[in-house]
Design a protein. Structure first.
Length: 189
């Protein structure tokens, strides 16, 4: 992993139009950005597209980076993350603000064709997840979905939900514990 000072220097040089600095910035950080994008988008080709778009944005906006506001890698990762979320919202509008009960099923659907056996297993798993999600409090359900399917940070959730950060973390932790317990009960039934 590149040092903070090196990344800051590369970003400053990139802001000045230095293409070699931009290439070095890409070489030093692209694997970390790609890993994040792949985790969010789940498909290598989509993650690669998002990575390219993110670096175009980084090239265009490098002059807006301010070392006083945070680490350079955090800034780069946030650009990549927002790019991935934009792609998800464009592909699946339900990710932005879905309210229907099948929200989890919609978010977990795979575009590939499944065999009838796989589809049946998938439907059973989704039904179990939906049933368990229904047992969570509204706050827990909302926080878990926004954190894990929309990629929001705890701080972003606290702001969006107008709740203290510690409370949001508790909702997520307790929600995940309840989900784990519920799903293990469903698996043994």
């Amino acid at each position: 992993m590149a040092e903070r000072e090196q990344l800051e220097a590369l970003l400053i040089a990139t802001a000045g139009g230095d293409e070699q600095a931009f290439q070095r910035l890409y070489a030093a950080t692209s694997s970390q950005l790609y890993a994040l994008l792949l985790r969010i988008l789940r498909r290598p080709e989509r993650a690669q597209d998002a990575l390219q778009d993110a670096y175009v944005r980084i090239w265009q906006k490098a002059d807006t980076y301010s070392p006083e506001r945070g680490a350079p890698l955090t800034w780069l990762l946030s650009i990549a993350r927002y790019r991935a979320l934009d792609m998800l919202r464009r592909k699946q509008p339900e990710v932005a603000m879905p309210e229907e009960p099948d929200r989890v099923a919609t978010l977990l659907e795979d575009e590939q064709a499944l065999s009838p056996l796989e589809q049946n297993e998938n439907e059973q798993s989704l039904a179990a997840i939906n049933a368990c999600m229904g047992r969570l409090s509204d706050e827990q359900r909302e926080c878990v979905l926004m954190a894990y399917y929309e990629g929001m940070t705890h701080q972003e959730l606290a702001t969006r939900m107008d709740a203290p950060l510690g409370t949001v973390k508790s909702w997520i932790r307790r929600g995940l514990m309840r989900l784990r317990d519920c799903l293990s009960e469903e698996a043994t039934s």
